[in-house]
Design a protein around this ligand. Sequence first.
Ligand code: M6P
Ligand code: ZN
Length: 193
Amino acid sequence: MGDLLRPLRLDIFPETGFIGPEQATQVTGRHLSDMRGMYQDGRAAEAMTAAGDPLLYQVYNADIPDEPPHILFGTTVVYPGKVGSEYFMTKGHYHAIERTAEVYYCLKGRGMILMETRAGDVAVQHLERGKAVYIPPGWAHRSVNVGSEEFVFFFAYPGGAGHDYEAFEGLGFRNVVVDREGRAVVVANPRFA
Ligand code: M6P
Ligand code: ZN
């Protein structure tokens, strides 16, 4: 069995996604420069990176051992914005241990969760405050902020599941979410054409 822990209680602030106390939380920020090649409009991405390299999202992880039998949990905050016509989003990943699932529960804002399997199945779910999405084992997941405020959600998944980003470093996800005249539309990724 993995590490034993004393029971603990944390504060989660739905407006900001911040988890306290600070000593019990690890924060990871991802900037546009961390996502090279992931947006369709490479020129827009380059220009925005050069002009200040915006922070696209932050992940607050409760300090739990990353191994079975623990459950890792925390919050993700995806900021509002676009690169070209594509909304700010997370990198997206499979779990390294593919037979592991994940749950998201939305605390603030509006988002879409793009999901797909290695066999080529795709799914999209919308999230808004009070809604949850279950990501079954074997489904990669990417979170997209399609609203005008922060998209904040709680997540939980098995310790040791790990993150595998490799599949998305080439073509990306099979679907992309773009702004068409002010509406968020899911379209097939033209790189798969
Ligand atoms: C969710 C969880 C985290 C993940 C984060 C950011 O909160 O799935 O495990 O790290 O999103 O996504 P990514 O790791 O793909 O950048
Ligand atoms: Zn995950």
